[in-house]
Write a protein that binds this ligand. Sequence first.
Ligand SMILES: Nc1ncnc2c1ncn2[C@@H]1O[C@H](COP(=O)(O)OP(=O)(O)OP(=O)(O)O)[C@@H](O)[C@H]1O
Ligand SMILES: [Mn+2]
Length: 542
Amino acid sequence: MARHEYLVFDLRRPGRVRRYQDVLKMILIAVGCLSVGLHIAVLFRSTFDVPCATTLHRTDTEPWAPWTASSESRKSSSDQLLTAVKHADKPGRPVLRSPLAHRRRDGLKFGGQVKSSTSLPPPDVPLNDAVRLERKEYKALWRHYKATANISSSPYARPKQSIPPYRNMAAVYAANKSYPALGSSVWDRFHAGVGPYQLYESTSAIDGVIKDLQTAAIKRAEMKDGGTQLKLFIEFDGSGKALFKPLRLNSTQEDNPNHFYFNYFERHYSEIAAYHLDRILGFHRAPPVAGRHVNLITDIRNKADDNLRETFYISPAGNICLTGSCKYYCDTSHGLCGAPELLPASFSAFLPEDEGPGLRMTWRHPWRRSYSRSKLAPWEMDSNYCGLIKTIEPYDGGRRMLDIVDMAVLDYIANNLDRHHYETFYEFGNESSPIHLDHGRSFNKANTDEPTILAPLYQCCLIRRSTLKRLLDLTHGPRLSELLDLSLQSDLLYPVLSPAHLNAVDRRVYGVLDVIDKCLTDATNPSNVIIQEDVNAYFPSS
Ligand SMILES: Nc1ncnc2c1ncn2[C@@H]1O[C@H](COP(=O)(O)OP(=O)(O)OP(=O)(O)O)[C@@H](O)[C@H]1O
Ligand SMILES: [Mn+2]
């Protein structure tokens, strides 16, 4: 008898009674399950009484899909975050806690839910524990990653030029007797260790520099020209120098949705967070950045040159402010004001002297945005744009194209749309890495991602094997948000990133991996996508 017949109630069939009983049994079981379910739901609701408005909704059923919040919940979330920030503004250590701090305190596991709580979360607890990213298994990616070891069929798997002319800056100094000899200060040691592929090897090379950025007395402050928004060139007692960017917005404030990316404010905390992110991703190509409060009178005005000093004023609220002078936002309606004279800012450690051994080349980024409200960039119009770029030096082989993809990964995770140019050290030649500079416009939106930042990746379908490994590790070991939060705890302006931004970086790791997944699905040979760079060939004796 065909199976589907069992679904038909036919009184003449011999099996009727048994089937009738079966159906009755099923109905009873269903009613039983429903009532048990309802009891559990009532029990659960009273135990975990989290307001519904704080729950974020996903747009589809994929665990790694972008999260969106309903406008109701978004408003409620931001209200609570604002309350949290108000608390954090009280003197003493900020109390705005990251989701991780919350997790640690409550003994929560990765992606776990609140174990037991009979009351509402305290106001300083971020809402992001309501948002849980499931871990996605990237089994196929791991398989491909393993299969690509020691395969070097691509022109990107070997250095294009023989090797960079110098192993590090110490060698550049040594070869050019006209440069002042490097001493043993923390700054000289940092500069000596700057290499062709990374600015430092381990944090021990930059610990002292970070300490100086956080605590050294400021000797001189002047406006740095170039660029569009105010930034200061700072000299510390001793030999340290830094680029200063002031607080304009904090990390819970989004840019005006009607503004283009090129109108976004530069953000001090974004510079700090991007340095930590770059380091955690294993690139080490962003100079060390630290945050601290400056006293606008004693640290800046009293150390400023005339140009800068004359832009200071006292606001109607009695706070010390300055406008600086620059192209955008250097007027009294965008004054930078202390409370009453203290202002948080970022300090980016200066690289080796750019009029000496640290001379840098500036490159127009091939995937630069149009910086226009109406025009598209060439890469947005040409489906074979990468094919074209791959014929042009230095993107036609060797490491540069892979470095561009690394930079896109960093930028996508930080939501940085502002990569118009990049710089390399002249003395290290073309077979060296771009320096990751200028992240002031990153970490601007926490709840949306910009897929086109990954254009170099999805148009070229190339990624360095070690970068893929790092991303895959972040889906198994501690999450990126946890590593980032932990790292940011060393900054004086901790928490630096709002919980929503921490949440975003985890989501974006999956975003990158999904793109690589797609590249591999379309590729004929995985070793054309995952590039095992022949690093040993660079320095055979090391
Ligand atoms: N840590 C650093 N050491 C040395 N030079 C630096 C450092 N950071 C930035 N610079 C130099 O200062 C220039 C301006 O800095 P930055 O790009 O951050 O400013 P910006 O105002 O954002 O520029 P733009 O408006 O063009 O985007 C950089 O292009 C770089 O040449
Ligand atoms: Mn910029």
